[in-house]
Design a binder for this molecule. Structure first.
Ligand code: C5P
Length: 406
C-alpha cells in the first residue's frame, strides 16, 4: 500500500555535509527531502563549509544548521547525543575520503564524527571524491570496515570529475540518494524486512483420473491475504498455493501446485524460513492409484470404488522438531463444533506453536466467504478475535507474527 501524500511525511533526516565540490548537490538533496515531507537537520563540517554556506543549508532546510562541537548555546539547547538521535536516519552526503576514514577509525574530533559515533540510528553514506582516492587501498579498506558495521552506501557514479579525471567517485545524483533514503526509512517501518516466511493457501486437488479430482471449498482468500500482509511488513514470502481463482498477491513469490504431495515438496524447497503459516485446506486423502485414463461408465451401471491413501500432514511435518524447524509454525483449524476444545487438542497433536481456529459451520460460514471469526490458540491459552474481514484477520495475524519474531 502506498501511503497517501508526501512519502516521507513525519520522518526526520540528519544530513551531514562534508567537504568536496559535490557539497552543492546536498542543497538539491535537501530540497527533494523537504518536498517529500521529511524534516531535515543539517550538520556542516569545516571542509563542507569551504564549499557551501550554513546560510544556504539553513534557508533550504528551514532549521538551524549545526557546525561546532563545543558551542555553549547548542549544548544548552540540544546536546550532541540528543542531536545524533533526533532523526530516524543519519545521512552523510557528500562523504569525503577524510570523513569515511575518520568514521572507520572511530574518531570524534568534530561535531559530525561525534554524532556518527554517538548515534543509535541507521547511517547512510554517499561518497564523493577523486577516482584515485576512491580506488585507493586505504579508502577500500575503510569502506569494507564501514559496510561490515552495517553502514549503508550509495555507491558513487562513474563520470567526468571536477578535477578533470574520469572514473568512479562522482557523488550519486540526489534522486538516487533520495530513493535510498526512502527505502531505508520504509525498511524501519517494516519489522519483517528480508525475513523468509512460508504460507500455504487454497485447496489441493487430488486426481481420480485425468479429468476428475477430489477437492474442497477453500477459496484461498485467507491464506493469500496473510501472504500479502506479511509481505507488507517486509517479509520475503513464499506462497505455496493450490488451485484458486483469485490473483497472486503482489510482492510475493507464488508456487502453484495441485496435490498435497506437491505442496509438501514445494514447502520443503522453501526452507529454511523463520515462520510457516499453514492456511491451505489440504485434502486429507488422495486416491491411492489415480487412473491414467478417464474412468468410463460401464454398460452394466456398476459404480467404481476409490481406494484412498492418507496425504502427508504438511503442518505436522513442518512442526516436527529438527534443526530446520521454523521458529514459529502457525496452523489453521476449520471446525464445526466444540471449536476451542478441538483446536487446543489439534495444536498439541500437530506440534505447531499457534493455531487459528475458525468456525466453518453453516452459521460461521467462513469457508469461501469474505469474513472470518477466529480464535488464536497459543501455549498460553486462547484469544477470541471479533468477526472481521479476512484481510483484517491477516493484518492482525501478520503483526502478531512480527512481534513474535522481533
Ligand atoms: O487436521 P486439519 O486438516 O483440521 O488441520 C488443519 C491444519 O493443518 C491447517 O493448518 C492445514 O493447513 C494443515 N494441514 C496440512 N496438511 C494436511 C492437513 C492439514 O498442512 N495434510
Amino acid at each position: 500500500m502506498t501511503p497517501a501524500g508526501p512519502r516521507l511525511a513525519g520522518r526526520r533526516v540528519l544530513l551531514i555535509v562534508s567537504g568536496g565540490i559535490a557539497a552543492y548537490k546536498a542543497l538539491e538533496l535537501i530540497r527533494l527531502l523537504k518536498r517529500e515531507g521529511a524534516g531535515v537537520r543539517c550538520v556542516l563540517t569545516a571542509g563542507g563549509a569551504e564549499f557551501v554556506t550554513p546560510l544556504s543549508l539553513q534557508a533550504l532546510s528551514e532549521e538551524k544548521v549545526h557546525t561546532e562541537l563545543f558551542s555553549l548555546t547548542d549544548e544548552s539547547e540540544m546536546g550532541h547525543i540528543q542531536l545524533s538521535r533526533s532523526a530516524d536516519l543519519v545521512v552523510v552526503a557528500p562523504a569525503s575520503a577524510d570523513i569515511l576514514a575518520r568514521m572507520a577509525a572511530g574518531l570524534a574530533g568534530d561535531l559530525a564524527t561525534t554524532l556518527l559515533l554517538a548515534t543509535d540510528k541507521p547511517v547512510l553514506v554517499a561518497p564523493a571524491m577523486n577516482v584515485r582516492m576512491w580506488t585507493h587501498a586505504a579508502t577500500l579498506a575503510n569502506m569494507a570496515t564501514l559496510k561490515a558495521r552495517g553502514v549503508a552506501v550509495v555507491e558513487p557514479e562513474e563520470g567526468a570529475m571536477a578535477c578533470g579525471e574520469w572514473g568512479p567517485g562522482r557523488l550519486a545524483e540526489p534522486p538516487a540518494i533520495l530513493a535510498r533514503i526512502e527505502a531505508m526509512l520504509n525498511h524501519a517501518a517494516r519489522p519483517l524486512a528480508g525475513r523468509p516466511v512460508l504460507v500455504t493457501s487454497g485447496p489441493t486437488h487430488e486426481p481420480i483420473d485425468p479429468v476428475r479430482y477430489i477437492a474442497n471449498r477453500s477459496s484461498g482468500r485467507q491464506g493469500h491475504a496473510i501472504a500479502a500482509a506479511l509481505a507488507e511488513l517486509g517479509a520475503r514470502v513464499t506462497l505455496v498455493s493450490g488451485p484458486v481463482s483469485i490473483p497472486d498477491p503482489p510482492l510475493v513469490r507464488v508456487v502453484h501446485i495441485e496435490t498435497a504431495e506437491q505442496m509438501l515438496a514445494a514447502c520443503r524447497a522453501a526452507l529454511p524460513v523463520e515462520a510457516a503459516v499453514c492456511v491451505a485446506a489440504v485434502a486429507d486423502w488422495r486416491v491411492e492409484a489415480p487412473s491414467a485414463a478417464k474412468i468410463k461408465k460401464t454398460g452394466g451401471g456398476e459404480t467404481p470404488s476409490l481406494v484412498l491413501a492418507a496425504n502427508p500432514d504438511i503442518l505436522a511435518t513442518l512442526s516436527a522438531d529438527g534443526p530446520g524447524r521454523p521458529r514459529l509454525v502457525v496452523g489453521f483449524a476449520a471446525e464445526t463444533d466444540d471449536l476451542i476444545a478441538h483446536a487446543t487438542e489439534k495444536r498439541r497433536r500437530k506440534g505447531c506453536d499457534w493455531l487459528v481456529a475458525n468456525d466453518v459451520s453453516a452459521a460461521g460460514g467462513a469457508m469461501g466467504g469474505e469474513e472470518n471469526e477466529v480464535h488464536l490458540i497459543t501455549a498460553e491459552g486462547s484469544e477470541d478475535w471479533p468477526r472481521m474481514a479476512k484481510v483484517a484477520v491477516a493484518e492482525r495475524l501478520a503483526a502478531r507474527i512480527a512481534e513474535a519474531l522481533a
